[in-house]
Design a protein around this ligand. Sequence first.
Ligand SMILES: Cc1cc2nc3c(=O)[nH]c(=O)nc-3n(C[C@H](O)[C@H](O)[C@H](O)COP(=O)(O)OP(=O)(O)OC[C@H]3O[C@@H](n4cnc5c(N)ncnc54)[C@H](O)[C@@H]3O)c2cc1C
Length: 463
Amino acid sequence: MDKRMKVLVCGGGISGLAFAIAAGQDPNISVEIYEGAPEFLPIGAGIGVWMRVWELLTKLGLADDLRAKTASPTTPDPIDALIFRKSDQPEGLEFYKLVTNGPFITFHRHDFQQTMIEHLPANCKMFYSKRLSTYVNLPDGRVYASFEDGTKVTCDLLVGADGIKSVVRESLLRQRADKHAAAGNYEAAYRSLVSNRPTWSGTMCYRALIPMEKVRADLAKGNLSLEECHIQHIGKNANLIVYPVANGTMINFAAFYHQPDKVGTVFQGPWVAHVPPEELHEAYGNYESSVQAWLKFIDAPSRWAIHTIEPLETYVADGVALVGDSAHAMVPHQGSGAGQAIEDGVFLATLLSNPAVTTRDIPKVLAVYDAIRRPFAVDVCRRSHLNGSFYTLNHPDYKHRFGSSFSGSRDQMQFLKEYGEVLKRSWEWAWTTSFNDSMEAGMVILKKMMTSSELSYGATAVL
Ligand SMILES: Cc1cc2nc3c(=O)[nH]c(=O)nc-3n(C[C@H](O)[C@H](O)[C@H](O)COP(=O)(O)OP(=O)(O)OC[C@H]3O[C@@H](n4cnc5c(N)ncnc54)[C@H](O)[C@@H]3O)c2cc1C
């Protein structure tokens, strides 16, 4: 069997690029990325990664170039990463300092993505304006992909890195539903089809980038504060964060507005739209003056209706793997969607690069990928959702505690401190655990599977 393999990556976003950079380091793997967009424009907002992901980017050789594009320190020393304020009242209350191992390292998204593109190894080719329409499996085990412009590509493995509206996921789940139906399992077939649909989280995110020179005077006067770290303003149904990006030349502004009664409903209108600032002001009407001071810089925010993917029954099928948002688009309240996308890509690429793996072993690689990455990513989705419920004071165990006004009494401050601790516990995996542990486990399991005729690992089997 051939050690050389050809991998088609559908989508040149963060997950597709992470896979390509890692896989392309193996001269036996040729990677072709097919990106639907004609180019990546220098637009977009901020993005940040925690130490767990920074370690991975360092291993991939990106650290020096990325360091040149951030004002954040990049060492794993303990740091005040976030300050939490209860801000839905005239006088806000600072109640918790989140100390983490290493900071949330923040970038302009375009800088981050461009750096990844610059690090693509020579055996990775990237093609733009190539939008996948569907794929089929060939009898010899390879995959045949068709693009909207008529291009056809045959590959040993198709990596679906095409984001929340993934065409690869749609085809994979449809084929899976057909198999369930053929076996008479109509309920499972229905579940497969339904799980393809992104769900509206009930949350809007209003995003903007503010040039630093616009706010410098207010920062100097003390009307605004960055306090050398990021501030998370929380309150009933709305939370806001600002942090520097683009090497400190811009402020990333992200204000969330959550409507609990809209969770799971169909969002009417485009998912991303520029809206008048009044819509944002309305959501934050009763917030403290430091929040109002930020709002006055926002002229035409872009409003994102945040959608998610419910946990899927699998991330893999014959010759196909889903990575990143196509597998697990989540609410962004742990700053970890892109981090998980990078982990998916590197995990899958590292398994494929095992010197013993040939094209015949791809089903085993996919089974290990699914067995380890899927439960991990599903857990991160759950924790992100949990953080959102903490920020918007909607967590069922705590929301009754926010019924009365908060004057900052000793009891209230004690409660808020404990609240901060609970929040930290749901999040600390991001700066206290290492990707290496699950990677090593994956390698051990793959090795065992390679010496066995069994295809599946544990409860996970490739269809
Ligand atoms: C408000 C907000 C803030 C966030 N902040 C953070 C953060 O601070 N840290 C973090 O880790 N994560 C963050 N995230 C999440 C993060 O943005 C995503 O998880 C990440 O971008 C997913 O990367 P991806 O490559 O899987 O998908 P995408 O970035 O969506 O890339 C998919 C690519 O596939 C292409 N494509 C789509 N369809 C096709 C097709 N049919 N054929 C070919 N190409 C196709 C698209 O053009 C695109 O380039 C945030 C998300 C939001 C909404």
